[in-house]
Design a protein around this ligand. Structure first.
Ligand code: B12
Length: 176
């Protein structure tokens, strides 16, 4: 269980907001359940996982797969390091390797067109096609981080104390 809010998800939600996609963050380390996720009838489900939590992420994906046809997308550290291996023997349909602020909203925009021929045009993706696992070209890094929208913490209220402490620290530094 992390003690700081998952910053990557906060950035992704802000990016999805900017492109007009509705999204919710469900934090299974903070009491969210599969039933909570399924209750909103998601069109696409993204799961972020580090390597140490990948087995658990696979169990969650397998359980979701029995109850929804929504595409299951893996992101975060384990997809970066393990690449194509993350789709082998897992229920994930796609893995997004690298930064997600520009490409995850694009992927969501391809909803209903998740066929391989559409998503192969995007960089930094691992996907299945006719039973085989494919990888597109390496993802470009985002060149202008300042242009990204400020992260959204609206679904991460249970972590609220730590950003407050960080802000005080900045003010303390400025006052010295
Ligand atoms: C800050 C940080 C921490 C902080 C805060 C983590 C937090 N909750 O925010 C603290 C100090 C708590 C921490 C702890 C640990 N950390 Co740490 N941490 C980092 C660090 C330096 C930056 C992460 C970050 O905030 N990046 C900025 C955000 C915006 O980027 P991001 O998280 O990568 O998210 C982007 C993409 O990954 C993607 N994405 C993310 N999630 C998702 C989900 C979906 C669905 C999709 C499509 C995309 C996507 O899009 C996001 C936006 O571009 C990384 C190294 C790095 N440079 O990435 C290591 C790193 C993530 N940590 C790592 C490790 C091992 C740990 C610890 C296990 C260390 C330990 N032994 O205790 C613990 C685990 C704590 C826990 N239970 O979660 C490893 C993970 C390695 C791995 N293969 O899994 C990393 C990669 C460092 C490394 N190179 O080894 N960590």
């Amino acid at each position: 269980m992390g003690f700081l809010p998952p910053l990557g998800l906060a950035y992704l939600q802000a990016a999805l907001d900017k492109e007009g996609h509705l999204s919710r963050i469900y934090d299974m380390d903070r009491g969210a359940s599969l039933a909570d996720v399924l209750a909103v009838h998601p069109d696409i489900i993204g799961i972020g996982s580090a390597s140490f939590s990948f087995r658990r992420a696979c169990s969650v994906a397998a359980a979701l797969r029995t109850q929804t046809k929504a595409p299951l997308v893996l992101g975060d550290a384990h997809a970066w390091v393990a690449r194509a291996a993350v789709l082998k023997d897992s229920s994930f349909d796609v893995a997004l390797v690298g930064e997600g602020e520009l490409r995850f909203p694009r992927l969501v925009g391809l909803l209903g067109e998740m066929e391989a021929k559409k998503i192969r045009s995007m960089d930094g993706l691992i996907y299945r096609d006719a039973g085989d696992i494919h990888e597109t070209s390496d993802a470009e890094y985002i060149s202008d981080l300042d242009a990204l929208p400020y992260p959204s913490f609206r679904d991460l209220q249970k972590y609220r104390t730590l950003p407050g402490r960080a802000r005080r620290r900045i003010r303390w530094e400025m006052e010295r």
